[in-house]
Design a protein around this ligand. Structure first.
Ligand code: PHE
Length: 357
């Protein structure tokens, strides 16, 4: 019996891993192990022999089991030590750079202008980017074969053959929301609508998808002077300057009469765009007094109500504010590009904490 004990305790001490331990356990104290075989021999013994051998075998079994358990724990400790030794971390290393997100300049500009117009009493309406040609054109006094339809380089939605419903378009401007706002809210009315619009156009200052904010104010006594004041207040506030020079150029839109395009004084210096100084002008918006037919299309009596509307290019505003010379940069750029232009929202800790004016 002492031989058995010496043999197994020796093997256990030498075991290198848990598999080896399990093999030893089966051979020693398993159901068919050596100790079990010895137990079976008890039956052939005299009662006296049995009284000494029986408890001795049980004791041996216990001893082997606890040696196995102790070794198993020791092996686990050693494995953990090994992992700690090989997988250590150098906590003094510099951290990996975190990917940092930020608002897109156009989103930032939209939030800012929404806040400014809110202060001027305009609420926000939202339309959809896919419109019927009624809202995008007809209701705005742009009938079927009006050249303005071609001028706007419209994207038409695909129609299955035999589908005779009126065509849907990707809205070419935010003006359809004028009609929808009149229908929903009636007059008097003061509303802006920021959002994406589409035209088949692509160069340094035109992209096929861009952003506008529509403005509409209707009441009984609104004039062109109100339009001018609102636009000047807005531009000064947006560009955070005391004075900006705006140029109102007589123009034509089917949905306003009279109409004006508005330019802002700027200059290009070494590819850098500067606002408020220089000999260049950049067109930022179209505007005018809402055409009576448009007011009527919105379900409001044009003999009682009149007002102004404007459509501002948000991308243009962002270019001017952040000095970005090429509109296309808005579409294929990342944070390095924003930093290059010193984009201000990177320094503002609370992005949604209101205007940093
Ligand atoms: N919808 C016009 C455009 O996209 C802008 C505009 C809006 C002009 C409202 C006048 C009044 O060019």
């Amino acid at each position: 019996m002492d031989d058995l004990k010496a043999k197994y305790l020796g093997q256990i001490a030498d075991a290198q891993d848990e598999d080896a331990l399990e093999a030893i356990r089966l051979a020693a104290v398993g159901k068919k192990g050596e100790v079990a075989l010895k137990m079976r021999e008890l039956g052939k013994m005299t009662p006296e022999e049995r009284q000494t051998v029986g408890p001795a075998l049980n004791a041996l079994k216990d001893e082997i089991n606890s040696a196995l358990a102790a070794k198993k724990a020791a092996l686990a400790d050693a494995a953990l030590d090994e992992r700690l030794r090989t997988e250590w971390l150098d906590v003094t290393l510099p951290t990996r750079p975190q990917r940092q997100g930020s608002l897109h300049p156009i989103s930032q500009a939209s939030e800012e202008l929404t806040a400014i117009f809110a202060e001027l009493g305009f609420s926000v309406a939202e339309g959809s980017r896919i419109e019927t040609d009624w809202y995008n054109f007809d209701a705005l006094n742009i009938p079927g074969h009006h050249p303005a339809r071609a001028e706007m380089d419209t994207f038409y939605m695909h129609r299955a053959e035999g589908d005779n419903r009126p065509p849907h378009v990707l809205r070419t401007h935010t003006s359809p929301v004028q009609i929808q706002s009149m229908e929903k809210m009636g007059a008097p009315l003061r509303v802006i609508c920021p959002g994406g619009v589409y035209r088949a156009d692509y160069d340094q200052t035109h992209t096929p998808m861009f952003h506008q904010v529509e403005g509409l104010a209707l009441d009984k006594d609104i004039s062109m002077a109100n339009l001018k004041w609102v636009l000047e207040e807005f531009v000064k506030s947006f560009f955070e300057v005391d004075d900006v020079e705006l140029r109102f150029r007589a123009s034509h839109f089917p949905f306003t009469e009279p109409s004006a395009e508005v330019d802002i004084r700027c200059s290009w210096d070494n590819g850098q765009l500067k606002i408020g100084e220089g000999d260049d002008w950049m067109e930022i918006l179209g505007s005018g007094m809402v055409h009576p037919k448009v007011i009527a299309a919105g379900g409001i009596d044009p003999d009682v109500y009149q007002g102004f509307a404007f459509g501002i290019g948000i991308d243009r505003l962002a270019m001017l504010k952040y000095g970005i010379p090429d509109l296309r940069a808005f579409f294929d750029s990342d944070l390095r590009w924003l930093r290059h232009y010193g984009f201000s929202c990177l320094d503002v800790p609370a992005l949604h904490g209101g205007l940093s004016r």
